[in-house]
Ligand binder design. Structure first.
Ligand SMILES: *[C@@H]1O[C@H](CO)[C@@H](O)[C@H](O)[C@H]1NC(C)=O
Ligand SMILES: *[C@@H]1O[C@H](CO)[C@@H](O)[C@H](O)[C@H]1NC(C)=O
Ligand SMILES: [Zn+2]
Length: 507
């Protein structure tokens, strides 16, 4: 066995060293050059337009970009004299706005790449003007619930992301009472935690109760990072709505709607508020923050949230484009593309959501892009009770919000507040979310009046475009260009050749 020993003790270590050199060499030499990361070659340039959305309002002027950051924002024609300092990209009347930050996306990688994946998902994001997205800890496999599983996520994302991507970690019963496990996950860089108050539909992501949530919130207080909660509580079987497979028509949307009434959201919010009172100034969980994801009930649940905000609880809430674009009445029998939870409710509820959004009671929007395989949407059978719940929307959220919001008179600054400023704050991204000197040059350029048909000819980058609830709609608001950290990553139907987005890890 001398040969074996030689192999084991001499050759193997040598080979390992050689291999690591080789990997190092390949990694460094294959690092994309700037010309592959961006569709423009310059490091220093000006973006000019008559409509630049800044925190001080919409201005005509120019944004100076250098080395991936915004180094100045100037009004009017002041930039003319300084043009020697770089190239000019003039967008005329098109809107120049901070890139969108989607705090709620399911990219499903590793483990369920056939559902979406980092590559197709972030290409769709770039084409939609989203410059940062935060990936949810579930629907990939394994779920992101530990330091180790976060490492798998970050590794899977390497070289595949066209926009910046951050990660939420999962708060689950297994880690909720284990502060060292939670701290491990937070130290490894998740931007906050996410948990469910009802079954998530994913086996390795079990639901949490109020005790788990309280524990999680106390750990998060130290890190000043948020807890995001899917707020629906399934009541005990006595009060469970009577829907029986075979008796009620499973193809009818109203059948599905009955199975998840607003009282589920209300019960969850009520329970959460017993914990969030601790987040008030001087309270035992001061520093912690609770964020309710995808609120659908604009009635009692919203009133409770408003009350808690008034009492000083550190709490925010998001809703999604599908809740403010669609109403239950218009969902056709068997059209399971519209199934999501909580469900899309009636038209009056939708009006109230718009009202809450424009009045500032709902803080922000997120896509909750939650794709799957077309087979699992059961589009042929049209069974709302058995189909996968989740709406696919990532690339379309900007034109959707704009198209459906125009009749409510929404402004460009409101769009920016819902899609960039407040999401940046939630995710702790101080250098993102606004066109301001010193920030990352994360910018979307779009034409609000350009209309298009979302038909099969429209270039769509989701892995499964056909399952999106928006297909077949006519929208206004066409994305012309998307810049991420100064790289022009997308321009009218074309992506930069290399995926140079950055994985965002909290420190
Ligand atoms: C808590 O988590 C740590 C780190 O993941 C692990 O080593 C330890 O076994 C866990 N403790 C319990 C009681 O499960
Ligand atoms: C939550 O579940 C844990 C078990 O994981 C249990 O010890 C605890 O009492 C439960 N809390 C509530 C409020 O039901
Ligand atoms: Zn989700």
């Amino acid at each position: 066995m001398v040969e074996m020993d030689f192999l084991r003790w001499r050759l193997l270590p040598l080979l390992t060293i050689l291999a690591s050199f080789l990997i190092f060499y390949i990694k460094t030499s294959s690092k994309p050059s700037n010309s592959e990361c961006s569709l423009v070659a310059y490091d220093r340039y000006w973006i000019t337009s008559k409509r630049i959305v800044t925190p001080e309002g919409v201005i005509s002027g120019a944004v100076e970009v250098k080395g991936g950051s915004i180094i100045s924002v100037v009004k009017g024609e002041e930039w003319h004299g300084k043009v020697g300092r770089g190239q000019v990209i003039d967008y005329g009347e098109a809107v120049v706005m901070p890139g969108l930050i989607d705090v709620h996306t399911h990219l499903d990688e590793p483990g369920r790449t056939e559902w979406e994946g980092f590559s197709s998902g972030t290409k769709a994001a770039a084409a939609g003007g989203i410059t940062t997205l935060i990936d949810m800890p579930l629907n990939s496999f394994p779920s992101t619930v530990s330091e180790e599983t976060l490492r798998l996520k970050v590794e899977a994302a390497e070289g595949k992301i066209h926009v910046d991507v951050g990660f939420w970690g999962g708060l689950v019963p297994e880690n909720a009472f284990n502060a060292s496990a939670l701290e491990g996950l937070l130290n490894a860089g998740v931007l906050g935690l996410k948990s469910f108050m009802c079954p998530s539909g994913i086996n390795d992501f079990p639901m949490t109760n109020a005790s788990h949530i309280k524990e999680g919130l106390y750990v998060l207080a130290k890190y000043k990072r948020p807890l995001l909660v899917h707020a629906e509580v399934q009541p005990d079987s006595k009060s469970y709505p009577e829907v029986k497979d075979g008796i009620d028509d499973a193809r009818s949307y109203s059948t599905y709607l009955k199975t998840r009434p607003p009282s589920w959201e209300e019960a969850a919010v009520r329970e959460l508020l017993t914990v969030t009172k601790d987040t008030r100034t001087g309270g035992p969980a001061e520093g912690a923050h609770l964020h309710i994801v995808h609120l659908s009930d604009a009635r009692s649940s919203l009133d409770l949230i408003k009350g808690a905000k008034g009492s000083g609880d550190s709490i925010t809430v998001e809703t999604c484009p599908h809740y403010i674009a669609f109403s239950a009445e218009e969902i056709q029998d068997g059209d399971t593309r519209f199934k999501c939870s909580p469900p899309i409710r009636d038209a009056t509820n939708k009006e109230k959501l718009w009202e809450a959004l424009t009045e500032g009671h709902i803080d922000m929007l997120s896509s909750d892009h939650s794709p799957t395989l077309p087979e699992l949407k059961l589009l042929d059978e049209g069974n709302f009770l058995r189909a996968w719940g989740g709406i696919s929307s990532l690339q379309f959220v900007l034109p959707v919000t704009w198209s459906y919001g125009r009749k409510y008179g929404i402004t460009l600054n409101q769009l920016t507040s819902w899609w960039s400023e407040r999401p940046a704050k939630l995710a702790g991204q101080e250098l993102k979310g606004a066109i301001a000197s010193g920030n990352h040059a994360d910018i979307v350029v779009w034409e609000p009046d350009a209309e298009f048909e979302l038909d099969d000819n429209h270039p769509t980058y989701h892995k499964h475009p056909s399952i999106s609830a928006y297909m077949g709609k006519r929208l206004s608001g066409k994305v012309l260009a998307t810049f991420v950290r100064g790289n022009l990553v997308y321009r009218e139907g074309k992506h930069a050749p290399a995926a140079c987005g950055v994985p965002i890890l909290a420190r």
